[in-house]
Design a protein around this ligand. Structure first.
Ligand code: BES
Ligand code: ZN
Length: 621
């Protein structure tokens, strides 16, 4: 880091030392000693046992002559054999110890390797409860034809299905062979090679961080959306998905025009079963998507724009630690909005950003000061806690601030240069800042002060320089909402017939958290909100109806929260139920009967909500 940055940091009195920030506290790997350069996977998928059994062969780059140990991350893995391979492929057993598990980090695997072998092979089996995998019975899929498996490695769950250096600071290419039963297609975050017998093969020639390792398997169909893009889904869903995501090629061209060539070959998308815990996951060459984004009218495709944008921000230039995750998510949220603007127009882009910004302002109030920083102090937040709106929306807002100050022409060229400069590298916030200072701030003096930059990156809250675009439709909605709430306008008279999804979201977001029962019933009678098939509308409406005391929505809310595993959509319903003793009992009974069907991450998150409701009922109410 440049001395100037260090001095400036000292000036705003950071609550932590910047030297700490470069370490990854969520991994046992010691990348300064040895680094994995390439991994070869040979995996057998055992659906009845819910186990992946196989080997990983790690190609190593030893960096410290005195090193004698290879430390890897694992979680709930059974290690069967560890061996060193020489150039001719001869194996020699290595001694190893598997430490007692840490609840958050898993078990450190220490392999004695004083001879610095170029390759180490580990034979292992996953646990049926692996935190990074979900196994579904065929009854839990849309077509009920075959069982299904998918992974979700971000943030620190790759270690539950492969022993490796599970830190985004280390990048490696990989190749894989997967053995699966007949009729099961296997997909990975890599390019598919021609299948041979029951073996499906993959190759990821680019160096990627471990959290981008991904696998999915099921009875799947493929439908092309352009020569280099396609949608994969269960056969009954593939057509609707291809229609919904039909603008993908146009999105890619837009992004290439702005930030340079797409460097990954193909861009395919996989629609997962509804239990997928996120909206989307940017697995290289194979974005994973929740089916809840298939609204029928393309209104939720910003999730696809977002995951595509990660092909530049995140997968090409990667945050080196989880504390720097805003470099992935903030830059991506900015690029996502640029794609939406180019493909769907400025009004839609502005509406989407204002909805997100309002949500951020609301949520910011309940975050600690440290969580409100773009670059928080490491160790004070869990690896998976980074998914707050701060990294996404405050991060994107910071780039919008720079764009406004320097102008689009300069800022677009700067960002393209940033992606080129750090391509295929993992970097810290401070590396980004050094580059920003030299290539934008100092090159165009008088546009933004270093003080302003530091406010954005290191201070809690939102700086005074955070401005929002004016959205005329929202002004009219505010007026109509106010009249509805003060009783001067009946629900049926709201001018909502022409509202698009984002306008509805804006209307709903600014209703009281607990409207009156009469208000909820009137809105529902006029606009059938409880029946909305749009998941983002349901996520805002159902909790308000529950809080208002409208028990007629309970069955619909129950069905939604049991069917949808996307945490952002399902947790607000649980929280609303948890606010009263009767609701809590109802939600708990539903959860108890169906918890085996949830993804491990979703299950844990729901358990946390329910535990909190018992321990501090007033915090939820
Ligand atoms: N990479 C994230 C998902 C993620 C982040 C998983 C952190 C685990 C830990 C993905 O790109 C994402 O941001 N998904 C969002 C989409 C949205 C903001 C458009 C989601 O899932 O809601
Ligand atoms: Zn993202």
């Amino acid at each position: 880091m440049r001395l100037s940055t260090l001095l400036a940091l000292a000036a705003i009195a950071l609550p932590y030392s910047v030297a700490d920030a470069a370490q990854d506290p969520y991994s046992y790997a010691e990348p300064d000693t040895v680094r994995v350069r390439h991994a070869e996977l040979d995996l057998a998928l055992d659906f009845p046992a819910r186990v992946i059994a196989g080997t990983v062969t790690l190609e190593l780059d030893w960096r410290d002559a005195k090193a004698s140990t290879l430390s890897l991350d694992t979680r709930d893995l059974a290690i069967e054999r560890v061996e060193a391979l020489d150039g001719a492929g001869h194996a020699q057993a290595l001694r190893y110890t598997l430490a007692a598990p840490d609840a958050e980090l898993g078990s450190k695997l220490s392999i004695a390797a004083p001879g610095h072998p170029a390759r180490v092979r580990i034979a292992y089996r996953t646990a049926p409860t692996a935190s990074g995998l979900q196994w579904l019975d065929r009854e839990q899929t849309a077509d009920k034809r075959a069982p299904f498996l998918f992974s979700q490695s971000q943030s620190i769950h790759a270690r539950s299905w492969i022993p490796l250096q599970d830190t985004p600071a280390v990048r490696f290419s990989y190749a894989a062979r997967a053995h699966a039963p007949a009729g099961i297609s296997v997909l990975m975050s890599a390019l598919r090679q021609p299948a041979q017998g029951d073996v499906q093969s993959f190759s990821q020639p680019q160096p990627i961080p471990s959290y981008l390792l991904a696998i999915a398997a099921g009875a799947l169909a493929e439908q092309a959306t352009s020569p280099r893009t396609a949608v994969w889904a269960e056969p009954s869903q593939v057509q609707a998905a291809a229609r919904e995501f039909g603008d993908i090629e146009q999105m890619m061209r837009t992004t290439e025009h702005l930030y340079g060539a797409y460097r990954w070959g193909r861009y395919d998308m996989l629609v997962l079963p509804p239990s997928f815990p996120f909206g989307g996951m940017e697995n290289p060459e194979m974005t994973f998507l929740t089916p809840t984004v298939i609204a029928g009218d393309k209104s939720l495709v910003s999730v696809v724009a977002h995951e595509l944008a990660h092909s530049w921000s995140g997968n090409l230039v990667t945050s080196a630690t989880w504390r720097d995750i805003w470099l992935n998510e903030g830059f991506t949220t900015y690029v996502e909005n640029r794609i939406i603007e180019a493909v769907y127009g400025k009004t839609q882009a502005d509406e989407e950003f204002v909805v997100a910004a309002d949500e951020l302002k609301h949520k910011m109030q309940s975050l600690s000061e440290n969580q409100q920083r773009l670059a928080p102090a490491p160790r004070e937040v869990g690896a998976d806690d980074a998914l707050t709106d701060v990294a996404y929306v405050k991060g994107a807002w910071f780039l919008r601030f720079l764009e406004a100050r320097f102008g689009r022409t300069v800022f677009d060229a700067y960002l393209r240069g940033y992606f080129d400069h750090f391509a295929f590298q993992s970097i810290t916030t401070e590396q980004m800042l050094d580059y920003l200072r030299a290539n934008l701030i100092e090159k165009h003096p008088g546009k933004a002060s270093w003080d302003e930059i530091e406010q954005w990156v290191y201070a809690p809250g939102l700086p005074a320089t955070a401005t929002l675009p004016a959205v005329p439709a929202f002004v009219a909605i505010d007026a109509a909402r106010a009249r509805f709430l003060d009783g001067s306008l009946v629900a049926a008279a709201l001018p909502a017939t022409g509202w698009n999804t984002h306008e509805w979201l804006y209307f709903l977001d600014h209703l009281p958290e607990a409207p009156t029962l009469a208000q909820v019933q009137a809105l529902d009678a006029a606009w059938q909100l409880s029946q909305s098939a749009n998941a983002e509308i349901g996520m805002r409406w159902l909790p308000r109806a529950i809080r208002a005391g409208d028990s007629t929505v309970w069955p619909a809310a129950r069905a939604t929260m049991l069917r949808i595993g996307r945490m952002k959509l399902t947790l607000p319903i649980y929280r609303a139920f948890a606010a009263t003793p009767a609701g809590l009992a109802y939600a708990e009974a539903a959860f108890k009967a169906h918890k085996a069907e949830y993804h491990p991450l979703t299950r844990q998150a729901i358990e946390k909500v329910l535990r909190k409701a018992h321990a501090q009922p007033e915090a939820i109410r």
